[in-house]
Design a protein around this ligand. Structure first.
Ligand code: CU
Length: 185
């Protein structure tokens, strides 16, 4: 039967490739962070969400996941003043599915608290701080009288800024494979 795939097989291969591409695009767009890691979003165990947030570096496009039992908790995005005082009377948004995926689309601070009375006060709150992307390298300050030899200074490499990126070549290869399966190139 050679290398020709039946129509059903081609459809299956297509689906697999589309799924793989979808996963890779997700990975390129941003990382997924589960708040509190294995503990999730809870008051049990006194999870230090401040330390958790501090130990992670959030970037635009990242997805923050709040996992919890919706019978006991929720997630409210609030402003800074409300975050500090644990005021849950006027949230910006309330999430309550128990598995809330929040895509971070703006820089700066994103304040989240649990709206159940007493929970924020006992530490169930987190500040997701998306620092500005390092688009421009910091200006080099030359001491007076220093000899500036720009031609010998190697250009700063931006390629290793997100080393977790899927190699682009692999994505392109898969697109070509997909096209091959679809159009029998
Ligand atoms: Cu709670």
């Amino acid at each position: 039967m050679g290398l020709l795939l039946s129509l059903e097989n081609r459809g299956f291969v297509c689906l697999c490739l589309i799924f793989a591409l979808f996963l890779e695009v997700q990975q390129i767009n941003g990382k997924v962070y589960k708040v509190g890691d294995s503990a999730g979003w809870t008051t049990i165990g006194n999870v230090n969400y401040t330390a958790w947030a501090y130990n992670n570096t959030f970037q635009l496009g990242d997805v923050i996941v709040f996992e919890y039992n919706p019978q006991f908790h929720n997630v409210m995005q609030v402003r800074h003043a409300e975050y500090r005082s644990c005021n849950v009377s006027s949230p910006i948004v309330t999430y309550s599915t128990g598995n809330d995926n929040i895509s971070i689309q703006t820089g700066g601070h994103h304040f989240f608290v649990c709206g159940v009375p007493g929970h924020c006060q006992s530490g169930q709150r987190v500040d997701i701080n998306v620092r500005a992307a390092a688009a421009t390298p910091p200006a080099t300050i030359n001491p007076p009288g220093a000899t500036i030899t720009p031609s010998t200074v190697p250009a700063p490499s931006h390629n290793d800024a997100r080393s977790d990126y899927m190699p682009l070549g692999w994505v392109v290869l898969q697109i070509l494979m997909l096209a091959g399966v679809l159009f029998r190139i």
